[in-house]
Ligand binder design. Structure first.
Ligand code: C2E
Ligand code: CA
Ligand code: CA
Length: 704
């Protein structure tokens, strides 16, 4: 019988400790040993999570911190049993688990493969032990002195028959496994144990092999006295007398039931995703390799689709993982329904699905499959009483047009998917050059993170002027990033911060810094009730929670909410994103003002704004720019101002650059102005200078 294995016995050999800021390329080039998984640690030696090398190799320039899976698997204890590990592989849906000792310290990694390898190794060892045992038994039988000690002490079941074959002796392990005592067994034919699982032919082959070669070994299903059947690994040897005639048979066996079950489960888990029962990454790679080889042979082609759900994380966050899982199952079923039997749908993990569409190398063919998938996935679904709407972003690449290796095909489909997400188009075909953009984005992402830590960001303040009297009414805060001596414009880094999730951190920094700087400003410029306008990305406005955080910062700093204005874009209002809506509805209660930025560029109308609490419209620069020489712009601006005033909204004109524009805006009754003519965005210290002058002359603005 095989001794019981624990997780700690099955540690994976091929893992490597890395720091969160290292990249795949930093670590692989210097090593020759194969690495299957990276264990990521922070600077304080705290364990952060695992990244498989196949994931890391896809994005060799991304830092490990960015590659960590969203739902990090919890560590398993070294003294846990293997079935616990299996259950956790299934629950956490991962290929690797971190292992910790009793004190909770990280000691290594296990994978399905390392379990499998350990079980196999254990089998090999017990087989060697069986062979040794048989050798000794044979010697003992030949000299007719049964060494009962060896015989009884072993944990393998042993039976010895004469040549007829009748059982003449069994040991205690035999009795333990089969349930038959020595007395019951002796005199019987070993076929008393037959379960009927193997046919006559099986036994014929077994006996023939035994007689011809002197031994037989294999898996056999037997029946215990209780009637239960079980698999055992049986090793039989013939013992011959001096004349060469068979005198005895010796059988040694071990019950392989427990291991066998684990191995079968491992096999299933090794190739299928337990949640959706779709092929997993490993099987997907196998199939892709096969498809590619076949296409190469037949001079054919295929397309690869990468499907990723938009905002799936929000579902998980809002309704919990249970519902998130249910949603993934529905999506998997829907995708399966669309494609042909011969195509492979796989789940790579998280909310990422892939489809290998065989024999499809035309854009028309691929886009019709993609369109069907998009429509199916976008259908609303009701789960647990909630109506959920998800949408899919789909990227498509072709073999051989977009790459000749599976690595290239995958990377390009992934890149196309990323673009589909970005552009909001839903479906995107790979085009050359996309990877270049992607690499640049990843580079910037890492730099933003470091920039935040290293103080590369600062705030510029752009004054806003009351047009009726030229006084200073407030200032808009604009984020600035000085990186390696170069000023990187917010248009470049804000979208990347948004798509990578860094906007939370960056937005928080901007907000806290703006509050702090404006308080310091107030101390030196007490007469000026500076109202602070801060741009909020829609992604920052995640419901009540985000708002409470804002309120908390104001409270901590004793900052009056009336002096804060949040600038949102029209698109936020149009999208009706739930989190942002909650945020906006509650903002009014607290006394914080809301301005709609870039007004006129989106498609919102004034009636739409009524549903929300809004205080101010900021007319987009493009209208102001054309004011002097474009009749239509003038009419639009005039209309916006009158309608806004009817609704008791204030109006601010952005991008005021000339005296002519300023005069026209005043004439039209615009309330506020902002632009290079009045002042460029400046560091807060310079704002003090501007403001000091603002009382004396109510400065340049009123004179103009
Ligand atoms: P925005 O909110 O519309 O900001 C106004 C932009 O117009 C600023 O560009 C400002 O420097 C520029 N500007 C001001 N007066 C004039 C003018 O007279 N003529 C012209 N041509 N431009 C003028 P900036 O600072 O490059 O910011 C660009 C955009 O980046 C902002 O547009 C905003 O959407 C975003 N952004 C900037 N800072 C932040 C921030 O802290 N958070 C978020 N979420 N977005 C920000
Ligand atoms: Ca703005
Ligand atoms: Ca604007």
């Amino acid at each position: 019988m095989i001794s019981v294995l624990h997780v700690g016995d099955c540690l994976c050999l091929f893992w490597l400790k890395v720091e969160s800021f290292q990249k795949y390329n930093d670590v692989v080039e210097v090593r020759n040993t194969p690495i299957k998984v990276f264990a990521v640690f922070d600077e304080a030696e705290g364990f952060l999570g695992l990244v498989s090398s196949s994931d890391a190799a896809l994005f060799p320039n991304r830092i490990f911190a960015d590659l960590l899976v969203r739902r990090a698997p919890t560590a398993i204890r070294a003294d846990a049993y293997l079935d616990q590990a299996l259950a956790q592989f299934r629950d956490d849906r991962c290929d690797f688990l971190p292992v910790e000792d009793v004190a909770g310290k990280f000691i290594g990694v296990i994978s399905e493969l390392s379990l499998f390898a350990t079980l196999t190794e254990q089998e090999r060892q017990s087989r060697e032990a069986r062979e040794g045992l048989i050798l000794r038994l044979k010697e003992e039988l030949e000299y007719r002195k049964m060494a009962t000690l060896v015989f009884e002490a072993t944990s393998e079941g042993i039976l010895i028959t004469d040549d007829t074959p009748k059982i003449i002796h069994v040991n205690q392990a035999f009795t333990q496994t089969t349930g038959y005592t020595l007395e019951e067994a002796v005199g019987q034919n070993p076929n008393m144990l037959q379960s009927g699982q193997q046919g006559q032919a099986f036994y014929e082959v077994m006996w023939r092999t035994l007689r011809e070669s002197g031994s037989w070994e294999g898996e056999i299903w037997n029946r215990r006295k209780s009637g239960e059947i079980y698999p055992e690994w049986l090793h039989i040897n013939c013992v011959r007398d001096e004349t060469g005639k068979i005198s005895h048979y010796v059988g040694v066996f071990s019950d392989i039931g427990p291991n066998k079950e684990i191995q079968q489960q491992l096999q299933q888990m090794a190739y299928y995703d337990p949640l959706t029962s779709l092929p997993n990454r490993r099987l997907f790679m196998d199939r892709l390799e096969q498809t590619l080889a076949q296409s190469f042979r037949l001079n054919g082609g295929f397309s690869l689709l990468f499907v990723d759900l938009n905002r799936f994380k929000n579902v998980n966050d809002a309704y919990g993982h249970g519902l998130g899982d249910a949603l993934l199952k529905v999506v998997a079923d829907r995708i399966r329904e669309v494609v042909r039997e011969s195509d492979t749908v796989a789940r790579l993990g998280g909310d990422e699905f892939t489809i290998i569409v065989n024999d499809c190398r035309s854009m028309i063919g691929a886009s019709s499959v993609a369109e069907k998938i998009r429509q199916m996935v976008n259908e609303p679904m009701v789960l647990d009483g909630h109506e959920l709407n998800v949408s899919a972003a789909i990227g498509i690449s072709f073999y051989p047009d977009d790459g000749l290796t599976i690595k290239d095909i995958i990377r390009n489909a992934d890149t196309a998917m990323f673009h589909a997400k970005e552009s909001g188009d839903g479906i995107c075909f790979y085009q050359s050059g996309m990877n270049q953009d992607m690499a640049e984005r990843l580079e910037i992402e890492g730099s933003i993170r470091r920039g935040l830590e290293e103080g590369e960001f600062w705030l510029a303040w752009q004054p806003q002027i009351n047009l009726s009297n030229g006084s200073f009414s407030g200032a808009e805060v604009l984020a600035r990033w000085r990186h390696n001596g170069v000023e990187i414009p917010p248009e470049k880094f804000i979208p990347i911060a948004e798509s990578s999730g860094l906007i939370d951190e960056l937005g928080d920094w901007i907000f806290r810094t703006a509050v702090r700087e404006s308080l310091a400003f107030k101390k030196s410029c007490a007469h000026c009730p500076l109202s602070v306008a801060i741009n909020f990305s829609p992604l920052q406005m995640k419901g009540e929670e985000a708002l409470s955080q804002v309120i908390e910062v104001l409270r901590q700093n004793d900052f009056p909410p009336e002096l804060l204005e949040i600038e949102i874009t029209e698109s936020v209002i149009m999208s009706k994103r739930t989190g942002a809506m909650e945020f906006l509805h509650r903002v009014a209660d607290v006394g914080i003002a809301v301005a709609v930025d870039d007004f006129g560029t989106g498609y919102s109308n004034l009636a739409n704004l009524k549903q929300f609490h809004v205080d101010k419209l900021k007319i987009d620069q493009s209208f102001v720019r054309d004011l002097e020489n474009n009749q239509i712009s003038r009419q639009i601006v005039q209309a916006v101002i009158s309608m806004a005033h009817n609704m008791e909204l204030k109006v601010l004109a952005e991008g005021v650059e000339t005296d002519g524009q300023l005069a026209l805006l005043r004439e039209m009754g615009c309330d506020y102005g902002q632009g290079f003519l009045l002042s460029r965005p400046v560091p807060i210290d310079q704002l003090k200078v501007l403001c000091a002058g603002c009382r004396e002359a109510t400065n340049l603005a009123s004179k103009r």
